[in-house]
Design a protein around this ligand. Structure first.
Ligand SMILES: Cc1ncc(COP(=O)(O)OP(=O)(O)O)c(N)n1
Ligand SMILES: Cc1nc(C(=O)O)sc1CCOP(=O)(O)O
Ligand SMILES: [Mg+2]
Length: 539
């Protein structure tokens, strides 16, 4: 087995001598998820699974010595903060993070506010005012509902109803402390006992989530809930710490905030699910340590640990029936050329493709309509499934086989009109969050990209690699059930196609590997199509 260098996270938190929570949970979680964990202990607590006896703070001098010694040796990409024992530690941490952000502008800090022990008792008596210097500098915060109410100063909220509204709480916290991402965990305290709903209010762009040059999105916020069945287990000691350190670990591996959140919740669900049988078999309610299971989980039950996404889009289209299928009759979709003109359409259609996409970016509305009319007629002659990129109204109007829609256009497109028209729908996704959300809409196919860096489109920060491709493929319903066809796109050429096909993906979409085959491989586009088809058939 080849050992790759691991991302490094630091956890600055308390030690739980019973091994369930705090530093122990952070180390077990980081190791399960493949990151290296440096740990700076803020307090040595005396506790077991039943009670907390004392919290013995470590001096800031010792903490500073540890930070100084580690910073050049093992610099972190993410710092996770848990128990902060006293005011001195708050000021020390705020100063440390401020200094680190100057020398490491991409450093992310995740603060899991630890006030009350789940076994009863208080870890610290810090007031909100005392915690403010730290709150003003962290990037991500992961309170539970009770902690969120304290952070949002619930007593100052106008109406009592607002006190339980996670969106109101998160906005208030964002307003007061300018924290980029606020995740309110629903694990312990939600009124609906059948579900564990975790809520995220998140400002785009701050954690390199979207491209910095996209001015429109610069200060856009998104909010959504991740919803999964509540799991009946008493093995949850340290679950909150493990969630925050999982988030830190996935962020350190370069995942976007929404994907890191989705994966962290799946990691927690996986651990809780593993202990349901042992918990049920016990006569007395033994409060066991959260179980960090190996990751990634292989096997057919993997998808069940991933939560459903609840947001405006999923709410709006909750009742929408599935989109028309690709009528593949058991065949795989295969090669999917994406081209930008009638010239390419005329050249490639005679090759007997099952699917092709017209992706035009530089024509006027009128020119475009004429091209689409001609393209639909041409594709019908050859019996090839023609998808029109972006222009769903024209695709419906002129009876194209389908339309392909990107994430940017999803909220503005009328999915009801597309579904009722009977034309097929393909949706772009870039990571497990978008994949799960789009899968809930039951489109005709899902695309995932960019698998590799590509010069055709700026996909900075959204390169998936083969591991993420495998991961999203496993998020479809279990084997034997109907599975949505998946198309891999982005930077795929003849050399890389072999590995892509080996993941089991149904289709490979390519632009330049065909249109620039002469320049890159000294072969004609027709030869490139034949070579791809051979790889797909063999795969
Ligand atoms: C098969 C396939 N996958 C992804 C895309 C990208 O679509 P989108 O996100 O809408 O970006 P643009 O292509 O419009 O730049 C695609 N076209 N086809
Ligand atoms: C148009 C497009 N969409 C992508 C996505 O990931 O959504 S990647 C991409 C570019 C594909 O071009 P090539 O095959 O030349 O790399
Ligand atoms: Mg598009």
């Amino acid at each position: 087995m080849t050992i790759k260098p691991k991302p490094i996270i630091w956890t600055i938190s308390g030690s739980d001598c019973s091994g369930g929570a705090g530093i122990a949970a952070d180390i077990k979680t980081g190791h399960a998820l493949g990151v290296e964990v440096c740990h700076l202990i803020t307090a040595n607590t005396v506790q077991n699974s039943q009670q907390l006896l004392s919290v013995n703070a470590v001096s800031v001098e010792i903490l500073q010595q540890q930070a100084t010694l580690l910073i050049d040796d093992k610099p972190p990409s993410v710092i996770k903060i848990g128990l902060v024992a006293n005011v001195e530690q708050v000021h020390w941490l705020a100063k440390l993070l401020k200094q680190f952000k100057v020398i490491m502008p991409n450093l992310i800090s995740v603060y899991d506010p630890v006030g009350q022990a789940s076994v009863g008792g208080s870890f610290s008596c810090l007031s909100l005012e005392q915690l403010t210097p730290l709150l003003m500098i962290v990037d991500v915060i992961t309170p539970n509902l009770m902690e969120a109410k304290i952070l949002a100063r619930v007593d100052k909220l106008a109406k009592l109803a607002e006190a339980n509204d996670v969106e109101v709480l998160a906005k208030k916290i964002y307003q007061d402390f300018a924290i980029n991402s606020i995740i309110i965990k629903g694990g312990h305290s939600h009124a609906d006992d059948k579900h564990a709903r975790d809520y995220c209010y998140h400002q785009l762009n701050q954690l390199s989530d979207e491209k910095q040059d996209n001015q429109e999105k610069l200060h856009q916020t998104i909010s959504y809930q991740l919803n999964s069945p509540r799991l009946a287990t008493h093995y949850s000691h340290g679950g909150g710490c493990s969630f925050a350190s999982a988030l830190a670990s996935f962020l350190a591996q370069g995942y976007l905030m929404r994907d890191a959140f989705m994966l962290s919740k799946a990691f927690i669900n996986q651990g809780l699910a593993a202990t349901v049988p042992v918990s049920a078999s016990q006569k007395h309610q033994y409060y066991g340590a959260f179980e960090q299971q190996a990751w990634p989980l292989n096997g057919s039950d993997r998808a069940q640990h991933f939560a459903e996404v609840v947001d405006d889009l999923s709410g709006q289209y909750q009742e929408l029936p599935a989109f028309s299928s690709l009528d593949l009759n058991g065949e795989i979709l295969g090669l999917y050329p994406v081209i930008d003109s009638l010239y390419w359409l005329k050249r490639l259609l005679p090759l007997g493709l099952k699917i092709i996409q017209l992706r035009v970016k530089n024509l006027t509305e009128n020119e475009l309509e004429q091209v689409i009319i001609a393209a639909v007629a041409l594709a019908k002659n050859y019996g090839t499934r023609l998808f029109i990129n972006d222009y769903w109204q024209l695709a419906i109007k002129h009876g194209a086989y389908g339309v392909h829609i990107g994430q940017e256009d999803l909220a503005d497109a009328d999915l009801v009109a597309i579904q009722r028209s009977g034309i097929r729908l393909g949706i772009s996704t870039h990571g497990c969050y978008e994949f799960i959300l789009a899968q809930q809409l039951q489109p005709s196919y899902l695309a995932i990209g960019a698998i590799f860096p590509t010069k055709t489109k700026d996909m900075t920060g959204q390169i998936q690699g083969l591991d993420n491709l495998r991961q999203v493929l496993s998020l479809r319903p279990a084997e034997n059930a109907w599975q949505i066809p998946v198309v891999a796109i982005g930077g795929i050429n003849l050399e890389r196609a072999i590995d892509v096909v080996a993941t089991g993906v149904e289709s490979i979409a390519v632009v330049t590997a065909i249109t620039e085959a002469e320049q890159s491989h000294g072969i004609t586009p027709e030869q490139a199509v034949a070579a791809f088809e051979q790889i797909i058939v063999k795969g």
